[in-house]
Design a protein around this ligand. Sequence first.
Ligand code: 13P
Length: 253
Amino acid sequence: MENNLLFIANWKMNNAYADLVSYFNIFLPLYNQTKPVNDVVFLPPFTLLYLIKEILKATNLKWGAQNFYYESKGAFTGEISALMIKDTGSTYVLIGHSERRKYFKENSQIIANKLHKAFSENIIPIVCVGETLEERKSGKTFSVLANQMKPILKTYQNFINKEIVVAYEPVWAIGTGVNATIEEIKESHSFILSLFLKQSWVNDSNIKIVYGGSIDSKITPAIVSLDVVNGCLVGGASLKPEEFIKIVNTIRS
Ligand code: 13P
């Protein structure tokens, strides 16, 4: 796996126009000063994608959407298509976040359809997997991950030359201030990687596995010191530019 890391800011349903402007008024000078070697992706709400394009187009920072709908166009009131996402200069799209699985009932089929569409339209998918606390406590973590990975691998089989990012986000670590332990992260990432490597067709240079769940700048160095971790998907801490810049400057030791 590569040595440069990928840090993704998932802003969720936070920040409006003025917030984004003041965010980058702080973040960009720090970024230019510190010159991080890692790849950085921002996932703001849909309404800010054209604005972020204007602000970041002259930088090597990337951006993307938190969601989209897999149909190309038509009578799907309230939905946003892959082409609309691409219009905004987005390189990435988040798929199957646990909040979408939970509140918007996204199932494996929907996630596979979105993955298929993202690959077809050359948008790099960041697809999320992770167990709940009950599942972990009852020893089902690996079987849950295997089940969630099945439709992902089946879809990916048709796009083996494309990049894919899998985000391991244990549901119980999201927004709780409780990180998975380094050992738990190592086990789950190794397991997810092994599911890929079992497939004879896989080219592992196209695969990144990132960790998400209560990431902050203190815990990041230990997490990314694991060679099965390619970066982090950051929620709350990515809303604070001074904190996020510290995270994206983390070097793998
Ligand atoms: P927190 O970093 O706020 O726990 O959120 C994690 C997450 O859900 C990122 O997608």
